[in-house]
Design a protein around this ligand. Structure first.
Ligand SMILES: [Zn+2]
Length: 165
């Protein structure tokens, strides 16, 4: 497959970041690189609690957010040594949904090079996002208002006078 030069360069950065992985439990090292106005790398960082583990993709995204360079990211490269290039996990896809458009290109590679490209929209066609949260809040808003009004007028004054004797 034809891989743009800037992707090949970022693949090299992701492959190098992979070697910094802290993966004493799974022994599965992953490197990632985001490509935008700048390149931001990440590696997986495992934890003895297991639940504290964070994937390479999310490390790269969180770094880019914290450094103010997540705007304008167009590509992410993920490098593993798996026999079949590994896709980002569902946690990482959900985090991608927070920051990227469906057009984000997700390049998967092994130690020999870039093997395939998918758009983010192909990998997660129906992400949960702020729209769903907004719709849910709107739907819930009326009952919440009714509940708080009932609480203020009902038990509120009675309880106060009871405490003061
Ligand atoms: Zn992940």
């Amino acid at each position: 497959m034809k891989v743009p030069a800037k992707i090949t360069a970022a693949y090299g950065r992701a492959k190098a970041a992979r070697l910094k992985a802290h993966a004493p439990y799974s022994k599965f090292q992953v490197g990632a690189a985001l490509v935008g106005p700048s390149v931001t790398t990440g590696c997986n960082v495992e934890n003895a609690s297991y639940g504290g583990t964070v994937c390479a993709e999310r490390i790269a995204i969180f770094k880019a957010v914290s450094e103010g360079v997540v705007e304008g990211v167009t590509d992410i490269i993920v490098v593993t040594d798996a026999p079949e290039p590994a896709y980002p996990c569902a946690f990482c896809l959900q985090v991608m949904a927070e920051f990227f458009d469906p057009s984000l290109r997700v390049w998967l590679g092994d130690l020999k090079g870039v093997r395939s490209m998918h758009t983010f929209g192909e990998l997660l066609p129906h992400p949960f996002g702020p729209k769903q949260l907004g719709d849910a809040r709107e739907a819930a808003a009326a009952p919440i208002e009714r509940r708080s009004r009932a609480g203020a007028s009902g038990s509120g004054s009675g309880r106060k006078s009871g405490r003061r004797k």
